[in-house]
Ligand binder design. Sequence first.
Ligand code: ZN
Length: 428
Amino acid sequence: MTCILVACATKKLPIVHINEGDVKQIIETLADDSLKGRAVFTAEIDQAADFIAREFAKAPLEPLTGQADFKQDFPVFSIQPSMTEMVVDGVELPVTNGFVLCDQTGLNWNTEPDVAIDVIKSGENFRERYQACLANKQNTLICVSQDFKADFIRMKNHFDAGRILLNKKQLQQRSLVFILTDNVPQSFRINYTGVVREERLTNVVGVLPGKSKPNEYIVFSAHYDHIGVLPAIEQDSIANGADDDASGVTAVISLAKIFAKQQQNERTLIFVAFTAEESGGFGSQYFSKQFDPTKVIAMVNIEMIGKDSKFGPNSLYVTGFDKSNMGQILRRNTRGTGFSFYPDPYPEQNLFYRSDNASLAALGVPAHSVSTVQIDKDNYYHTVRDELETLDVKNMVAAIHAIALGTRTIISGEDTPSRITPISHSTE
Ligand SMILES: [Zn+2]
């Protein structure tokens, strides 16, 4: 009896072909110095997109219906500040403590009565609240708690570099001023001018049509943009983003090849390399609006799988584990295989809201990130040291294998993960 069960279980396991040499070559290309850290609006990120498109063609995948090729282009608006002056309660703010999101006309506020005041309080989720503020339809002064200084500085750096991005609605509907302060001001004077440019961004998207359920989609994704060039440390200024997130993109390409070879997917599989994750998830937000979200059965977003997780080799964790039962499905499907999935061990880091899965989760899709990064002690995160030499390709291969096995009953249509309760605000 036991033998028969084992035999059945074994028979059910699909054969997963992973070419380790190919995995190595893909991540080598994506993390190479020649791509200069894959920052948005550079020639190098376009080269990365071309490379990913060629790999999708090799799998082979098909372009998304209605698309001529694997490139999904869309417009965004970038804001380049030229002058900002902020006086709050009679005191001039240091330039580091504020930034303005506003259209070409600039602004000149002097304790305007029609400007609303909002507060991002200590203990709240910065990223979620920031996105909610972008959805604001009224001119607003947003006071950000000093507890979010690191997040604030990250956004301010994007602002200074002209990398604050907005979609058309966000640009037109109102002006927003973010300041770093624990006090709600009684008076404020803000002068700002800047230039707005229309720019183009590109996701790379490929499809493997489902055999019997072509209108039910499963998304495998990772972001291919990174933070570009930073001040040099020991003559190295390129933030290669080998782990973040060339490792995830490598997994997406490898999974495309695995599933294309298996030819067993009853549901349609969509493989995406997102742009502009590091600028606030613009690529995934655009992508998420191109579908009826109820047709997206699951999204597995892959973030930083280049090193052993806290749980040791052959293990990954799932962000927002309890928000749907997808983590339990991944877990059950890998039982006895030597691979395991765990709940996110760093809930205080809010990783669920810090990657592209959040864009689809906001629409109710069971969308989680899987990762191995030890985020509390990875000193190479967002530095020029995030290099291929610090990764373990064998670990990546194991993670890819685990994801292929873990998702198999979702791909076959046997399992449908429970939906996530949508977040109330929209980023439109
Ligand atoms: Zn990342």
